[in-house]
Design a protein around this ligand. Structure first.
Ligand SMILES: [Zn+2]
Ligand SMILES: [Zn+2]
Length: 143
């Protein structure tokens, strides 16, 4: 009885677990790494909510803000919105990188807050889209 246990114990401890463990680590890294590395980091524009590469966002943002002002000025007063503010996220992860996810989430929320709900159907639209939409949006007629 005792010898069986010892044999089993020694086999478990020396051979299989280590190999398995290494294989597991390999598998985990093979599964998790590509999705994190292959996808280049993107930054969500806090104005329009679209994703841009880390380099193009700095070009896009001022242009987007300009466009936003142009569009906002064309809107009827009741649809004009306060200028979107760049959300400041100061969560820096342990590695010293900005927490991109938190940053993007804040930017996305900021962009979403730009949307205006249709007073007929309640769906949210960008103000210029809302004007177009409301031309065809008819209140449901209760029969
Ligand atoms: Zn934008
Ligand atoms: Zn509507």
């Amino acid at each position: 009885m005792g010898s069986v246990c010892a044999k089993r114990g020694s086999v478990d401890l020396t051979c299989c677990p280590r190999e398995n463990a290494e294989e597991k680590v390999k598998n985990v890294s093979q599964i998790k790494m590509p999705t994190m590395i292959r996808r280049p980091p993107t930054i969500v524009c806090y104005i329009c909510g679209r994703e841009y590469g880390t380099k193009s966002i700095s070009i896009h943002e001022p242009q987007c803000l300009k466009k936003w002002h142009n569009e906002n000025n064309l809107l009827p007063k009741e649809l004009r919105r306060p200028e979107p503010k760049k959300p400041e996220v100061r969560t820096i992860s342990a590695k010293g990188f900005y927490d991109l996810d938190a940053l993007n989430e804040a930017a996305w929320k900021s962009a979403q807050s730009q949307l205006v709900p249709c007073n007929i159907c309640g769906r949210t639209f960008l103000p210029d889209r809302l004007i177009v939409h409301q031309r065809s949006c008819k209140p449901k007629v209760a029969k």
